[in-house]
Design a protein around this ligand. Structure first.
Ligand code: HT9
Ligand code: FE2
Length: 410
């Protein structure tokens, strides 16, 4: 039997190719009070999220005037990456489209095709492997191609999950180093004594999605890809960060915790919740904590509400010194890293990865990050229902940039 995984189109590591534009794909968020409910309906359509949870989450958005920080953050990221690509002489338009709010991915793809583009390279604002952060984007593109009658006319490839790319890791190493110094300063100022605990925080997902994350044909020592990737990252970050611990003492410990759970209580999600983990710490001799938003690319609602508002309040209630470290955002290393990830697909070259798990796949393996509800056509995968057929266009070995001439921003 020939598996689709075996043709060159679906090889895990793709040879360099010529692209007409790059698409930054993200989650999207409401821009005002009137957008909050329509946005939440978009996010949770068919996902079995209870009404009480939607009501609760709507208040987080309402608290910020109905405006999610995520769109402004993505505009900043878009501007920084555009400037970086221009500085490198990469002459490709950088488009931007979202899953759940304007500008929608489908509209952006339709416009790209109208502008004469035939082959796009997508990069997402999600670093790890799970249904929500990997396959769902591949489905978003697949759905857009089907709904807009673009199958065979527009090809969308996707940049590998970049959780362990140096550009994603470096800002966290810096954040943990500086954050630990800040926690020590808080402890010293208040005359408190005790150990410090680093909580690496990521989005909880249903345990079934966690088990299905990553490729079926690969074994992980701890859980499946989603958990294994976070643990590998946490280890490398703790190895590299200066802990400021006095010579010979090991007063800093760490663990991986979860946040932003949203399903009904009857459905198991990854645990422990960050707040539940915090409650246990004082009895273990911990006096200060560092909250590291390891699962997130920027300071969107999960970070500014679930960590900065809720988790930091839990810390105050418990009398713990606490600091939340920055997300990669527009950190220079992250922007350089994103541009390197794009260059990797245009020109070939090194595929750096900081953990033993990577570099991740350019083309997802069969059933990678499976959709446990129903089969949906995707792009950038070796699944039988992959839509990444190559439309008539320049051959993969054409000179880089050859197809980009005169393309305008969409
Ligand atoms: C793994 C993961 C990431 C990290 C990777 C990545 O960054 O992509 C992420 C990011 C985000 N999640 C976001 C918002 C929401 N996520 C929800 C619901 C869900 N998230 C899930 C997973 C993830 N989500 C899951 C399994 C659900 C259950 C419903 C479903 O299975 O789809 C809901 C519904 C209400 C609720 O229950 O919270 C909202 C409003 C925003 C925007 C924030 C802003 O506006 O600033 C961002 C960046
Ligand atoms: Fe989410």
């Amino acid at each position: 039997m020939t598996s689709p995984a075996l043709d060159a189109e679906h090889a895990p590591e793709q040879p360099p190719a010529t692209y007409d534009a790059v698409v930054l794909a993200s989650f999207g968020g409401p821009e005002g009070q009137d957008d909050v409910i329509p946005f939440l309906r978009n996010v949770t359509r068919g996902r079995g999220i209870p009404d009480e949870r939607l009501e609760e989450v709507s208040h987080h958005y309402r608290h910020f005037g109905g405006v999610s920080p995520i769109n402004a953050l993505n505009r900043d990221l878009h501007a920084a990456l555009t400037a970086e690509l221009a500085a490198r002489g990469v002459n490709l338009p950088l488009l931007w489209g979202n899953r759940n709010w304007e500008p929608y991915i489908g509209d952006v793809l339709e416009q790209a095709h109208a502008d004469g583009h035939q082959r796009l390279l997508a990069i997402t604002t999600s670093a790890y492997s799970s249904y929500s952060s990997c396959r769902q984007y591949r489905e978003d593109f697949g759905k857009a191609l089907l709904e807009r009658n673009l199958v065979g006319k527009l090809r969308v490839d996707k940049i590998r999950q970049y959780f362990d790319h140096p550009g994603f890791i470096a800002p966290f190493v810096e954040g943990v180093t500086e954050g630990l110094a800040q926690v020590r300063a808080q402890l010293a100022e208040s005359g408190r004594e005790g150990r410090i605990h680093v909580l690496f925080c990521t989005h909880s997902i249903p345990s079934s999605d966690a088990a299905a994350s990553g490729p079926r044909d690969r074994e992980f020592e701890e859980g499946a890809a989603y958990v294994a990737q976070h643990l590998a990252n946490a280890r490398i970050i703790m190895e590299r960060a200066a802990t400021g611990a006095p010579e010979g003492s090991e007063d800093v410990d760490w663990s991986l915790v979860y946040q932003s759970r949203s399903g009904p209580p009857s459905v198991p999600w990854l645990e422990p919740d960050v707040n539940d983990a915090l409650v246990e710490l004082p009895a273990q001799g911990v006096a200060g904590v560092l909250l590291v938003p390891l699962g997130f690319v920027s300071d969107h609602m999960e970070v500014v509400w679930d960590l900065d508002t809720e988790a930091l309040e839990t810390c105050r209630d418990l009398g713990l010194a606490a600091v939340r470290t920055p997300t990669p955002g527009t950190h220079a290393a992250f922007i350089t890293g994103m541009a390197d990830l794009i260059a990797e697909r245009l020109d070939g070259g090194p595929r750096p990865a900081e953990t033993e798990l990577g570099p991740w796949f350019d083309v997802c393996r069969p059933d990678c990050c499976a959709n446990l509800r129903r089969a949906v056509p995707t792009v950038a995968g070796s699944d039988a229902c992959d839509l990444s057929v190559n439309p008539a266009g320049p051959p993969a070995d054409a000179a880089p940039g050859a197809a980009a001439g005169g393309a305008s921003r969409g």
